[in-house]
Design a binder for this molecule. Structure first.
Ligand SMILES: [Zn+2]
Length: 403
């Protein structure tokens, strides 16, 4: 553990707890469910104003086109909000990526819309831990970092996307572009546990919609002329489940389609999710799925269309990433914060960043818990703890050796 220098101590003590809490309360009062485009626009405007306190250029990036398959098998557009990007010293030789998301899982019609202090140290509210508190931490940490002389030799991009909670489909190309060639990345999801434990290795995730088109026929007069799409979809669901193994949980989740009892159904859509734990299992699945669909086309004499894919690649922790974890732990220890880590089955933008071979710690945000539920809470003093941690970490990353 490296002790704090006098300059680092000053940095850590400069965290503005009250301002971060005020910002968290202000932002949590704005509904920004992933589907609430007006709320996201409002939120993006608030964030752009707040991040204008930092140097650099802020821009709102258009979401990439995203489609989904409806129950009839039609591909339909899914609109998304814009993503905020702040680029500071783009020509600096060593640059970082800091990411957060402005969206929450709480739609406008969800009953959980307001904050309340459960006690002096615990704030209950939608998106407080996940992750408006985390965005407040990013901003205050960078404000502090900008006061150091190391900052002048480094640059960074901040990205706050609007669709993390539904898989970052419209921001994935942006994340890929911004992550490329970064020295290190920090993502401000809340800690894995309320004690500050970080998420370490993560599995990946993929969502698929498979459309089966068969041929209708009368169930009694000429069933031999029919090609049953529902049976093909059901067969696919069973065979997918049989492909599951320890490194590859597979969850057939839903079948849409079918017809009246006296009709051979010519249409079905099967939806499923996979959670590959390793890069190898993810790659093997892609080719196994192609083989399976070809087999089913022959066997059931139906046409099959596959939509979707692995959108969160598995995130193993390689040697470079482990050095970043070690640096976070040591910096925490110097600040009197004991920080451990554990692997998780959850996914986040850290998966997409790691896929660019950039070391990332993706739970640098506040301590809290019960996220995605009306019991979501943020531990208020963790705002300044985590801002101090990030500010000192950034100054160490700025002048330290290569990871
Ligand atoms: Zn989150």
């Amino acid at each position: 553990m490296k002790q704090l220098t006098a300059e680092e101590r000053k940095l850590a003590e400069g965290a503005d707890q009250q301002r971060m809490l005020d910002r968290t309360l202000r932002w949590a009062a704005i509904n920004s469910g992933t589907g609430n485009l007006a709320g996201l626009e409002h939120m993006a405007g608030e964030l752009a104003d707040a991040f204008a306190a930092l140097p650099g250029d802020a821009s709102l990036e258009e979401p990439a086109r995203v489609t989904a398959v409806d129950a009839d098998g039609r591909e339909v557009d899914k609109p998304h909000g814009k993503h905020l990007v702040l680029s500071v010293r783009p020509d600096a030789p060593r640059r970082f990526l800091l990411t957060g998301h402005m969206d929450t899982v709480f739609a406008t019609d969800h009953p959980f819309q307001t904050c309340s202090l459960l006690d002096d140290d615990t704030l209950n509210g939608p998106g407080t831990a996940d992750m408006k508190g985390g965005i407040a931490v990013i901003l205050d940490a960078l404000r502090l970092f900008e006061t150091t002389h190391e900052a002048a030799h480094c640059g960074y991009d901040v990205m706050i996307n609007s669709d993390e909670e539904t898989g970052s489909l419209s921001s994935a190309p942006l994340i890929e572009r911004l992550a490329t060639d970064k020295f290190a990345a920090l993502t401000y999801e809340p800690s894995a546990l309320p004690d500050g434990t970080l998420a370490h290795a993560r599995g990946g995730s993929g969502n698929f919609s498979i459309t089966f088109t068969g041929k209708s026929a009368h169930a009694g007069r000429n069933p031999q002329d029919g090609r049953n799409a529902l049976v093909a979809a059901a067969d696919c669901a069973v065979r997918l489940k049989q492909m599951q193994h320890r490194d590859l949980p597979i969850n057939p989740a839903k079948i849409d389609g079918g017809a009246a009892n006296n009709v051979v159904p010519n249409h079905a859509v099967l939806r499923f999710n996979i959670r590959p734990k390793t890069t190898e299992s993810a790659e093997a699945f892609s080719s196994d799925l192609t083989d399976l669909l070809q087999l089913l086309e022959k066997l059931h004499e139906v046409q099959i269309h596959c939509h979707g894919g692995i959108t969160r690649p598995p995130k193993p922790v390689d040697a470079k990433a482990q050095k970043l974890f070690d640096l976070v732990r040591d910096t925490g220890a110097a600040l009197g914060q004991e920080i451990g880590w554990q692997s998780t089955g959850g996914v986040c933008d850290g998966n997409n960043i790691a896929a660019r071979q950039v070391p990332v710690v993706d739970t640098m945000g506040v301590r809290g818990g019960s996220i995605h539920s009306p019991d979501e809470f943020m531990i208020v003093p963790s705002l300044s703890e985590r801002a101090a941690l990030s500010a000192v970490l950034l100054s160490r990353l700025a002048k330290g050796d290569l990871l």
